[in-house]
Design a protein around this ligand. Structure first.
Ligand code: UPG
Length: 305
């Protein structure tokens, strides 16, 4: 995995969280849509391989192994499937992310099992060094373009960037940063695009693991004191895990993030339109251009093309 042929990566790694799927018909349906559309639009060169990583429990792995051959029947490319045990990963992850969990998790306590929602944050310390780049995807996606083109976005990262991620398309962080915005009325934090900083959405993420390993700044930001200091500065209290962490450090250090186009993560959830933000909603929700990936977040139905 992660090998180079003449400096050209021949293996393309994609990872999805895949837990409790065996007991949720809704997740199974999302999985089918995501994998069928990925297979349908995926094009790779002959010597290339798409490596599909799933973070699973035993029951979901068994189901995944049974369903995948059929879902990928139309694939014209070579692929390989790797299952990672969620408990084994959680054990490695917990000590690294334990301190930040209280700032970015629902509820009051720090739950061991919530650590996995921060996998992307410390993936560079969990995965073997040979793995240089990986794309992390939610299950509630529908591809309308070749996933190989998504990997090409790694080539546009500026020197200091470690993660490629699209903006959040609802005013959720306008809400989260309410107090900071009141104290700093001239700040762009939580404002809509094109000039504002609306935060990030974690449904589609390009993780340059090599760059994450080598970035002194990024690794400093994982230290509990640094996280606590920033959370205090921004009065930040969230419940969306990695997405909250990246949003918060992105307000302070934009150079760490390559802004992926909204067409690679066209989120469809409209929850905040009905919950106090109808007046500004469209400013956030708007996205120009052809959609490469639909993201049916908060269980929003995805259009049939
Ligand atoms: N997942 C599982 N098992 C579960 C629940 C979730 O494997 O029981 C995985 C799955 O890959 C899923 C992902 O986790 O796609 C995210 O969970 P999901 O239920 O899709 O999150 P939502 O709460 O609907 O979405 C919020 C945001 C969304 C963001 C996501 C991840 O709306 O934009 O990408 O959280 O933080």
């Amino acid at each position: 995995t992660g090998d180079d042929l003449d400096g050209k990566p021949s293996h393309f790694h994609a990872l999805m969280m895949f837990t409790k799927v065996y007991k949720s018909l809704s997740l199974q349906q999302k999985f089918q849509v995501a994998m069928r559309s990925m297979a349908k639009h995926g094009r790779f060169l002959e010597d290339e391989m798409l490596v599909l990583h799933y973070v699973s429990d035993a029951g979901s792995q068994e189901l995944g192994e049974k369903m995948l051959p059929e879902l990928l029947l139309d694939a014209t490319f070579r692929y390989e499937v790797v299952f990672h045990n969620v408990d084994a990963l959680t054990e490695k992850l917990f000590p690294i992310v334990e301190a930040m969990q209280k700032h970015f998790s629902a509820g009051s306590g720090t739950y061991y099992s919530d650590a996995i929602f921060f996998l992307s944050v410390a993936m560079h310390r969990i995965m073997p060094a040979e793995l240089k780049r990986i794309v992390q995807l939610d299950l509630d996606l529908k591809f309308r373009s070749n996933i190989r083109d998504l990997f090409q976005e790694f080539n546009h990262f500026p020197a200091e960037a470690v993660i490629g991620i699209a903006r959040e398309m609802q005013p959720v962080y306008r809400h989260t940063f309410w107090q900071y915005r009141k104290e700093n009325p001239k700040s762009y934090v939580g404002d809509p695009p094109p000039d504002g900083l609306p935060g990030f959405n974690s449904g589609v993420m390009l993780l340059n693991l090599d760059a994450m390993r080598h970035s002194t700044l990024y690794n400093q930001l994982l230290e509990p004191e640094r996280v606590a200091r920033l959370a205090e500065k921004y009065h930040f209290r969230g419940h969306l895990g990695d997405q909250d962490f990246f949003t918060m450090i992105g307000m302070e250090h934009r150079e760490l993030f390559y802004q992926l186009s909204c067409s690679w993560n066209r989120q469809l959830c409209t929850w905040w339109r009905e919950h106090g933000y109808g007046d500004v909603f469209q400013l956030y929700y708007h996205c120009d251009g052809p959609v490469h990936i639909y993201h049916g977040n908060c269980n929003t139905p995805i259009p049939d093309d």
